[in-house]
Design a protein around this ligand. Structure first.
Ligand SMILES: [Zn+2]
Length: 465
């Protein structure tokens, strides 16, 4: 008999005393049985290395004297904490499609595929199972809503790159709320087949939101599609320093709150996935202001989820990441403290600043712009080296369509901000895992990614079919 069933069937208090367990740590209902999770909120900071978690905490603690909400959950011992092995079928280093599929479909698939095996085996995604059990379901993200992490909870696809097709699959699934970026996969202007999915969604009864004001006025009763930007949403640091973007683009915390409010009245509960997808993109680009502020924005979504769960008492909250990426870390350099604290002067991401240069930028202009926007002074030799990139010697890398010199800039920044990076790629590190609420008491201290699938179904008492 599984431990959970053992508790469910027998007297919990008798069982507790026999194993010397504190009753305080368990959530027990009036019939003396373990509570099931009516709702599940699954939060993923995509590509969050342990160093990213540390940098966010150290920054906030030194700047404001407070902790991240996630760290506070550990300090206050509110959550079960463990590690998870995220390997995929094809590699000890997963991509986001295989990672999300491991949780979403319960099977390790090859990197790049979504809940499908090499012989086209199909593994039903968890949100379809939850929906079939009567729950409201949805996803919110800071990257295209058709991107790998939300898609791994929703659909089957041979390739994560089939985003235009995934946008059509979502229409058929008619989930309760799906919000993020990715206009290009819905708009007739940018889709190769010229289909106008926004109109198709409206005709199918969806409330279609294109900005924050639309999102704030959604009504209950009909499903919501929110698509707020061409591709991924802008980095938090770039959004907060641009009034137009601030007005238009909701934060991850705002999307999370909207999604919870939209689904919380469903009599059979809900399951929501929340993804800070651009933490991963910033890691690929070794983009310190990008990653730091998106991780802190994710932390605000953690608070929204926890505030709801602590009040609601029937909600399981899972907080994790799908893999490490680039393993940033605070490195010892001379005056490391002062240099790290200089991150408070950064007013834009490296992506933003590197996009502002071109083949005609002079080294003096580059040095002045970086000093103004990020507060440190590059040498003329460094400036000249970066500018070579705009004159034909381009860099490559994932999420780098303009082939910008992300890695060289990050290497130059090390001596100014004390943050070093291992690479621009995913890592095979075991990932941080925290849980709160009904079911969390059964969380193993070390977990295989695919076990999460059945764990969540068991916690919610939803059949695995
Ligand atoms: Zn990635």
């Amino acid at each position: 008999m599984k431990r959970r069933d053992f508790f469910r069937n027998g007297s919990v208090l008798a069982a507790l005393s026999s194993i010397g367990c504190s009753p305080k740590s368990l959530l027990i209902d009036a019939d003396n049985k373990l509570k099931t999770a009516k709702n599940i909120i699954f939060l993923v900071s995509d590509g969050m290395s342990q160093g990213t978690f540390n940098i966010a905490q150290t920054y906030l603690n030194r700047k404001e004297g407070i902790n991240t909400h996630w760290v506070n959950l550990y300090i206050e011992r509110k959550v079960s904490r463990g590690l998870m092995d995220m390997a995929s079928a094809s590699s000890i280093v997963t991509d986001s499609a295989a990672a999300s599929s491991s949780w979403g479909g319960g099977v390790r698939v090859r990197n790049g595929s979504l809940n499908m095996g090499p012989k086209d085996e199909v593994y039903t995604p968890i949100l379809q199972k939850m929906k079939a059990a009567g729950k409201a379901v949805g996803c919110v993200t800071t990257v295209p809503i058709t991107h790998a992490t939300p898609a791994g909870f929703c659909v089957n696809s041979k390739s994560r790159n089939a985003q235009p097709e995934i946008a059509e699959q979502y229409l058929k699934l008619k989930f309760d709320i799906m919000m993020g970026g990715g206009e290009e996969f819905f708009s007739a202007e940018t889709r190769e087949d010229k289909k106008d999915l926004f109109t198709d969604y409206k005709n199918a009864g969806f409330q279609v939101c294109r900005n924050k004001a639309d999102m704030k006025s959604v009504k209950s009763g009909s499903p919501v599609l929110g698509v707020f930007h061409k591709n991924g949403l802008p980095y938090t640091i770039d959004r907060i320093n641009n009034q137009e973007l601030t007005n238009k683009i909701p934060t991850l915390a705002e999307m999370t709150e909207t999604a919870i409010n939209h689904m919380k009245s469903n009599p059979k509960g809900f399951m929501l996935q929340v993804e800070a997808g651009k933490v991963d993109w910033a890691a690929h680009g070794n983009d310190i202001a990008g990653i730091l502020h998106d991780q802190l924005d994710f932390d605000k979504a953690v608070k929204v989820a926890m505030d709801f769960a602590e009040m609601n008492k029937e909600t399981l909250v899972v907080i994790t990441t799908d893999h490490g990426n680039a393993n940033p870390g605070i490195a010892y350099v001379t005056s490391a403290n002062t240099k790290f604290d200089s991150l408070t002067k950064y007013t834009c991401s490296n992506e933003f600043i590197l996009n502002s240069f071109n083949a005609n930028t002079t080294d003096k202009e580059l040095i002045t712009t970086i000093q103004e926007k990020q507060g440190y002074i590059l040498t003329t030799a460094e400036a000249k080296y970066l500018l070579l990139n705009y004159k034909g010697i381009a860099q490559e890398g994932i999420y780098n369509p303009a082939q910008l010199p992300f890695r060289p800039l990050a290497e130059m920044q090390l001596n100014h901000n004390a943050v070093g990076w291992m690479s621009g790629e995913h890592t095979g590190d075991f990932v941080e895992l925290a849980m709160y609420g009904p079911g969390s008491e059964s969380m193993p201290g070390f977990m295989k990614n695919t076990d999460m699938h059945t764990f969540l179904l068991n916690a919610a008492d939803v059949p695995n079919k």
